[in-house]
Design a protein around this ligand. Sequence first.
Ligand code: ZN
Length: 294
Amino acid sequence: MVSNKPKMARPSVYQFKLGDFTITNILEGYRHLDNLHPFAGTNADAADVEAIAKECHLPFPNLEHNFVPSLVDTGSQLIALDPGFGEKAQFPTSGWFNNYLPEAGYTLEDVDYVVITHCHPDHIGNLIASGQPTFPNAEIVFGRVEFDYWRKGENIPDFRAPTLSMFKEICQPLEDQARYVEVGEDIVTGVTAVDAFGHSAGHMAYHIESNGQELMIMSDTAAHYAISFRHPEYNFSMDDDPEKAAISRRRVLSQVADTKMAAIGFHMPFPSVGYVDRHGDGFAWVPAAYQFNL
Ligand SMILES: [Zn+2]
């Protein structure tokens, strides 16, 4: 039967200037879930999570979880951070990064570095396509602590067994050819690894700086734009080390809020760029308006 339902368009590629750099966010996909609690707060009361949702004009318990990789174009180097699930997508509304890349003006061959902030499926799946490297000219960069954690495979939470097997399939074969970074090291000038350990053992954020403009690519430091910001002490169900993740979350959000730099979060609602304000004992996500168009 032919559907006469209109196909709903939604923005899926967003590009802006940061100093001399060009930043691109791509909607790799989204997932609709029906468990805002406990998804975004395993140690929170459902009523408290519902109250924040109401205050933020959000439904409860339904939610949309976005997956948003970023590209940093320095003018001479193109860096892709966490290019998504790719063909490992397990639901139909994801796996779109490679399709949207040309809309941003790039090809898979253009990418010089793929930086993996941490080795969860939505961040590593697209390293391989049809058994071949998805980005044929790219050097793959892992955090040293993160890679070693999954390679050793000790103290992995039970729910991460599928993640460990995906790591073994996709990342471990790259062991000898990949590059490894420690906290404080640059990928290229202006792109620096930041300690955000906890969501996974060696989870990194990346600080971007060009011509006096600053941006924190927070990756999965905070999972839900309302719940995880308002209560950074709420444990996110996908955090591998929830206690450590909560400490890192408060530290990174404090730094971004106090310096007033821009921020990107992998799971923020698309286009996933904005600012962080302090709000009571926690924080608030402030989506960008027209700042980057001027
Ligand atoms: Zn993620």
